[in-house]
Design a protein around this ligand. Structure first.
Ligand SMILES: C[S@@+](CC[C@H](N)C(=O)[O-])C[C@H]1O[C@@H](n2cnc3c(N)ncnc32)[C@H](O)[C@@H]1O
Ligand code: SF4
Length: 448
């Protein structure tokens, strides 16, 4: 470990980073300045295609203890009505003139109603020219469902395994529904036979994990030979989810040796795209659904987020409200929020750090500023923490720096968590419309 950075120096650097990130998230991702959207047709439709159409499916067979994504326990009637509304929203968005390069269907569990998912993808393919469709699923679908029916429809499937260790599966509430680690390995291998590109989501940072168990989890994952592996650090969030996920999390100092174990386990057969994504295919970019990644994204469905430049869009988190919005001819997007340019730049910094090089010239061409002009404090911190080394005009991320990028990524997940938590509490906009005549002062902050 000494050859990278002293552990105490790294712990000091990352604990101050955790604190700063918590403050920054609360400040820059507060929804206090969210504006209710009463007429979606007033939004400008971009001339160029938007990179990603993100579709959210908020249903799961089981609600895992660590997860704060927007989802409810599966109910067939509600889910059917939901998929119907979703297709209507997609048709509406296309009719408004939006165009997309690719589709990412996330959840929740997108395969929860296979026939509805198929109908939705077929409908999208019949009215758009999207070049790629990605979905997320749980492992049990590949035992109970008919994944061969997705042939030609789904190009990439991301499957949540998290761990093959039954203790972790039990503690997180997944064992009962998805089976043991061994059974899940078998289900996942069926997926790998049928779907062109498969990503497996694994997690670490659970309190019963050690660098050795993380390594053995990943050895089992690598034996299955998926195209991509995402290794998520268990993120506790900064809001209500903190309690549930917090009970499962190990201490922050345990993450560094586990991160080194991840790197070592992956080194031989996978390349690190980012410190949290690994790919078996050289040069093939790994997909990532998070909307602040730099690419514009349009979100449909309950609980979806979207981003265009510095505008952030939020769809109703209330499923009945979402369905009635669509049935009454509105889209699901009900609030917008301006994003600070600084928050977007910080996200860019995280992605550059994760990627390994901070290229001054490229950064200036993109933002009009040098790295030091954009990040005077951050650059001083990263250099003094031993996270960056200078190479000509540019900087390269050290292994300690990769770990700091991973912590920044975890901060980003916590930020998304914080946004979701606040979005759940936003007043329903159908109600705002009805009472538009006599709005109180309080609701005025949510209206344009
Ligand atoms: C929204 S889930 C969808 C996958 C699918 N429903 C499943 O769990 O099998 C996507 C991934 O997010 C990751 N995830 C969920 N909660 C997390 C947390 N608190 N910290 C880090 N990663 C998390 C998990 O790895 C999960 O597979
Ligand atoms: S991890 Fe997946 S299955 Fe578990 S609650 Fe979250 S979205 Fe649902």
């Amino acid at each position: 470990m000494k050859k990278y950075l002293s552990t105490s120096r790294l712990n000091l650097a990352t604990s101050s980073l955790d604190w700063v990130m918590g403050m920054t998230i609360k400040q820059s991702l507060s929804l206090k300045d969210a504006v209710a959207l009463t007429d979606v047709t007033k939004l400008t439709v971009p001339e160029k295609p938007i990179e990603t159409l993100y579709i959210h499916i908020p249903f799961c067979h089981t609600l895992c203890r660590f997860c704060s994504f927007h989802k409810i326990k599966f109910n067939e009637g509600v889910a059917k009505a939901y998929f119907k509304a979703l297709r209507q929203e997609i048709r509406m968005v296309i009719a408004q003139g939006y165009r997309f390069n690719r589709v990412y269907i996330g959840g929740g569990t997108t395969t929860i109603l296979e026939d509805e998912l198929i109908k939705t993808i077929e409908m999208i393919k019949s009215i758009t020219t999207v070049r790629e469709v990605s979905c997320e699923s749980d492992p049990i679908y590949f035992k109970e469902g008919n994944p061969h029916l997705l042939k030609g429809l789904v190009d990439r499937m991301s499957i949540g395994v998290q761990s093959f260790d039954d203790k972790i599966l039990k503690a997180s509430g997944r064992f009962e529904k998805f089976g043991s680690g061994l059974q899940q390995a078998e289900y996942v291998s069926r997926a790998i036979e049928v779907i062109p590109t498969v990503n497996l989501d694994m997690m670490y940072g659970f309190k019963m994990q050690t660098p050795e168990t993380v390594a053995s989890d990943l050895a089992q994952t690598i034996r299955l030979s998926p195209d991509q592996i995402t290794t998520y650090p268990l993120t506790v969030g900064i809001g209500q989810n903190r309690k549930k996920a917090g009970c499962l999390a190990g201490s922050p100092e345990e993450l560094w040796p586990q991160f080194l174990a991840v790197k070592e386990a992956m080194a031989e057969r996978y390349i690190m795209e980012f410190p949290w994504t690994f790919s078996r295919n050289f040069g093939q970019p790994v997909e990532n659904k998070y909307v602040l990644d730099g690419e514009d994204c349009f979100g449909v469905g309950s609980g979806a987020f979207g981003r265009f430049g510095e505008q952030f869009r939020i769809s109703s988190f209330d499923i009945p409200d979402y369905i009635s919005r669509i049935e009454s001819g509105q889209t699901g997007t009900c609030y917008t929020k301006p994003l600070e340019a600084k928050a977007l730049l910080q996200h860019h910094l995280m992605m550059m750090m994760g990627h390994g090089t901070l290229d001054n010239q490229q950064f200036k061409a993109h933002t009009g500023k040098t790295l030091w002009q954009a990040f005077p404090l951050e650059m001083s911190y990263l250099i003094s923490a031993g996270a960056l080394t200078k190479k000509g005009n540019n900087y390269q991320t050290t292994v300690g720096g990769q770990f700091i990028a991973l912590k920044m990524f975890s901060g980003f997940l916590a930020g998304m968590d914080y946004l979701r938590e606040q979005a759940r509490d936003l007043p329903l906009t159908m109600a705002v419309d009805e009472s538009a005549e006599n709005k109180s002062d309080e609701s005025a902050i949510f209206t344009g």
